[in-house]
Design a protein around this ligand. Structure first.
Ligand SMILES: Nc1nc2c(ncn2[C@@H]2O[C@H](COP(=O)(O)OP(=O)(O)OP(=O)(O)O)[C@@H](O)[C@H]2O)c(=O)[nH]1
Ligand SMILES: [Mg+2]
Length: 436
């Protein structure tokens, strides 16, 4: 397998530069650059040169100045660099010009992340989604670059823009592929919707682990569900959503899902491509937001996760109602930062690797789903067998009698948790309820 020799360019912006709501500046430069290095390591690559570049105003044509380009050029031949990575978002023009002048493949942060997702995707759905992300990205560029498309045609090919007709052809190929892939995704989505409906029908509460990449979601998932999801000290270890049953201390059950981690400046192409698996998050009753206490950039990571959740469609109210914070890796740092997050006071501290706090977490979850118990009378027509069945399954029936002066109405008195009562109301909104 070819190991890429990389020249990594790390821009330091003099003033705050916003890209997809993320601030790139001097204060978060260190943690950002170490994150970028771990992203680069996730490719088959070795970083031969690294250059920090101060940027006051990015050059429209080449992003970096000509003197820096010259400096880079001198280093290129020393190690036979075959890929330059610029840790920011390049415009199509900047991208094309850099490749032309430097005569080496150049990719930016978005392409880097798409490439890693491409390597990690294992399920057919994951692969389709990455391909769609890549095609959407290519479409905005329409210049030849380091793409799956090109690799399918055989190798990286030569650098430089092809003729107009080649571009037209590329555009048509891309458009046709996008149509095909969207059709495939639609099929997957239908199956997912059926599965999701089945899950809501059985009415087991769903909890989803969400959080920054590498925060420990899969480790928590494995410990709580006795599963074997890949856990690794690397970015984007998990790409496919996993779901499994968790038995709680008092015999209650929940479904737990493990999802792809978020990262700063997650390309919009990727977010929209992954929508069908991220949609799973919307059927969650609660979101377990995992924070990595050992990461110095925890504040920015929390910000990124919340922004991404909003970007995929969660409202402020959803997040307020659903988020439970988990502060993980307390074995490495137990000092609590003061973060600007939802439900600051709803949190559990854990160390997933040593299992510290996991029993507390289970108890917390159990209390959450049992919530407050209510004694309630339901007024149900005797022909509605399915409602009787539902109540016997999900609540504790205390007594049952005929309604006075009615031959076809029964009153069922039950003890029921807030959670199940909410479910009941959403399934059977027409049924009259009386709190006792
Ligand atoms: N010291 C310590 N390490 C932990 C803890 N929890 C997880 N880790 C480590 O952190 C790394 C990442 O863990 P994962 O569970 O793969 O993280 P993830 O959030 O699923 O990551 P992605 O799938 O990439 O989003 C692994 O090396 C884990 O062993 C913890 O409580 N303490
Ligand atoms: Mg994971």
């Amino acid at each position: 397998m070819h190991i890429y020799k990389i020249f990594l360019i790390l821009p330091i912006f003099k003033t705050n530069s916003f890209s997809q709501n993320i601030i790139f500046n001097q204060s978060n430069f260190l943690s950002r650059s170490s994150e970028t290095r771990s992203l680069v390591e996730a490719l088959n690559s070795s970083i031969k040169f690294e250059k920090m570049v101060n940027i006051t105003i990015p050059k429209v044509s080449t992003f970096i100045s000509h003197s820096i380009i010259d400096e880079i050029k001198t280093n290129l031949n020393i190690e036979k660099i075959d890929l330059i990575i610029v840790d920011c978002s390049l415009s199509p023009i900047q991208h094309r010009n850099l490749e032309k002048i430097l005569e080496v493949k150049v990719i930016d942060r978005t392409q880097l992340i798409i490439e890693i997702f491409g390597l990690r995707a294992t399920s057919s759905e994951g692969k389709i989604q990455v391909e769609l992300a890549n095609l959407n990205f290519q479409k905005t560029r329409l210049v030849r670059s380091w793409t799956h498309l090109e690799r399918q045609r055989g190798g990286l090919g030569k650098v430089g823009g092809p003729g107009e007709s080649q571009l037209e052809l590329d555009k048509r190929i891309i458009d046709n592929k996008i149509v095909q892939i969207k059709k495939q995704l639609l099929k997957v989505k239908k199956t997912r919707n059926i599965q999701r409906k089945r899950r809501t029908d059985i009415s087991i509460p769903i909890f989803s682990l969400v959080g920054y990449t590498n925060s420990g979601k899969s480790t928590i998932f494995n410990k709580l569900t006795s599963s074997q999801v890949l856990v690794k000290d690397m970015v984007f270890a998990t790409l496919d959503t996993k779901m499994s049953l968790v038995n709680l201390p008092n015999q209650n059950k929940i479904l737990l899902t493990d999802t792809v981690g978020f990262i700063s400046a997650l390309p919009t192409e990727l977010i929209s491509a992954f929508n069908s698996s991220l949609e799973e998050l919307f059927s969650a009753d609660f979101l377990l937001l995992v924070h990595d206490l050992s990461n110095p950039n925890i504040e920015n990571q929390a910000h990124v996760v919340l922004q991404t959740l909003k970007q995929i469609g969660f409202s402020d109210d959803d997040l307020k109602n659903k988020i439970i914070n988990i502060f993980n890796k307390i074995d490495l740092n137990s000092e609590m930062p003061d973060l600007n997050i939802y439900n600051k006071n709803k949190f559990i501290m854990t160390s997933a690797t040593t299992s510290m706090g996991l029993t507390d977490l289970k108890k917390y979850i159990e209390n959450k789903i049992i919530g407050k118990n209510h004694i309630v009378d339901f007024f149900i027509s005797i022909t509605s067998d399915y409602i009787f069945t539902w109540l016997f399954k999900h609540s504790h029936v205390l007594l049952e009698r005929n309604k006075e002066n009615s031959y076809n109405q029964r009153i069922i008195r039950v003890k029921i948790s807030s959670h199940q009562l909410d479910k009941f109301k959403s399934f059977f909104p027409e049924i009259k309820i009386k709190f006792i």
